[in-house]
Design a protein around this ligand. Sequence first.
Ligand code: GCW
Length: 675
Amino acid sequence: MKHKIYLLIGLLLSSFSILQAEDGSRLWLRQPQNAHAQVTANKQSPTIGLATRELQQAWQGAPVTLELKKDKQLDKDGFRIRHTSDGLTITSPDEIGLLYGTYHLLRLQALQSNDLKTDNEIIENPAYQLRILNHWDNMDRTIERGYAGKSLWNWDELPNTLSDRYEAYARANASIGINGTVLNNVNASPQILSAEYLQKVKALADVFRPYGIRVYLSVNFASPMVLDSLPTADPLDKEVIRWWKNKTKEIYKLIPDFGGFLVKANSEGQPGPCDFGRTHAEGANMLADALKPYKGIVMWRAFVYSPSDADRAKQAYLEFQPLDGQFRPNVIVQVKNGPVDFQPREPYSPLFGSMKHTSLMAEFQITQEYLGHSNHIAYLAPMWEEFFQFVPATSQKAIAGVSNIGTDANWCGHPFAQANWYAFGRLAWNPQLGSDEIADEWLKQTIYKEGVTDISPIHTDLKKMMLESREAVVDYMMPLGLHHLFAWGHHYGPEPWCKVPGARPDWLPSYYHKADAQGIGFDRSSTGSNAVAQYPDSLARLYNNLATCPEEYLLWFHHVPWRHTMKSGRTLWDELCRHYDAGVQQVKKFQKTWDKAEAFVDADCFKDVQSRLKIQARDAVWWKDACLLYFQQFSQMPIPYDIERPIHELDDLEKVQLGISNYECPSGELLNRNR
Ligand code: GCW
């Protein structure tokens, strides 16, 4: 009797946990945990213990052997999976490779992949050695450009209380190959290096370690002045050098595998070596020397633009390229994918390929600062794929993505925003994976509710929606190479008219669109700012010529007359109108696609995405009307008669105030406030 009651309670609990678990909190790791697989290993360690447990609980197939062994074909994180007479063997020269192999195997199982059915060996090595998330998390748990709740790191409770989420976070990252995390905002508080906070950082590092995740910190260059009242932070000053050496030693005592520092210096008001008449290289090298004995690295950001006359898109190159060859080997210069700032579409940053004697790494933005926050679907893999066409992974050893993770139950706010975290990890492992393949993997593992066996009526459409979503955002926000038309501060809605008395010109949209009676766009050709000259010759020629410049970058590189004839034969103005309208129509199509998915997904998830799509559809119209009505004042041309008419007055749109802060926008709260 007693047993029966326990059984009943057990059943109730497990069905309850299944219901609970459809809230997105399990991410792409939703496989049943009741497998009892047979697993053996030729060594024991915490990491191998994790791999063993994952397999025991979820692997439904033949016995698995975990084999730690040198193998000429495998890098440290790489693995081999092969069939043997008594089951499967996962081999790796390092424990972490065994864990990656484990997650790979379980992913193949979840996807019912054919790779498993054949006798083929699977060999995987990551493209980038360092695959790092950058958190822009502040010490008060707000997140700069975070749209999924608060920061995961509960600094007040640390180091004594460890949230379950810390381990879940590490596991999720390990499952997609991410092996580093920068815990705090690049606009860094010096406090993070205080003895008190280092204890908290250590507590997190201890949780992450078995999952192969190394901890890094963003540091404020003026830390010695703020924390210990040194009179200067000059990187050539003996006391300053000593301070950083001691601080580094203190960190490694607590965290022997600490990864290193990320630095935003002399950018947007942050302190840096230039405050003391030194170069970025001198600043970075001083930190690199302190880290070298421990094999730590410095990731030094190239996101700089001073209030000078030079075109903002040229500035990172102008400042950093001349320093090529001056950085220590353990410095990596971290460069945003584009030359301006994470816009919906930018050409790649010309710094890539132009610093032959310096290690560079790309910084992507997973959080959708400029792509509709967590209200809009914008699957970013196609954007990153575009980047890899210009900047192949072979040229670098590291890659970073600005995280979109917060305390929301589903981690990322929008249920589909998880796909961007997932895609970043998968691409950092293998940039050759197609956006299509990654979307396929993510959907199958994440989105369909338990019990659905046939996804074929909806799967292709959902995948298509994801694949088209980023281009839709480009279309309704900033087509044809337009950029930075965002509202002051929050970077959510349109404000191409924005004027802020006394503001830096390059913080205002008109600096970028330059609309006037003649035309629109930023002349970066040889007759303008000549930013084209920063690209390799063949590309420079292509971009420089109005006739050959790819239309998706047209207004990035040229100021183009309104009546210019486009490839379609239409005028630029008509083409612009059509792109804006196409973006709007696309989102309406997404709404239809999603409504068809109702029977296949969890009810709450369905409603959540449905209501966010409504917001996205309204926002798309808002963007289209705002931009077209505003630019029409210059073009003086009619909106083509066969496309939907604006439904707003420009005057009204110019009065829209969202009332959201620059730094935090908890998901779900951005429901068209004050509109
Ligand atoms: O994209 C811009 C953001 C800032 C950010 C900065 C940076 C962390 O608007 O919020 O600050 O870039 O990358 O440093």
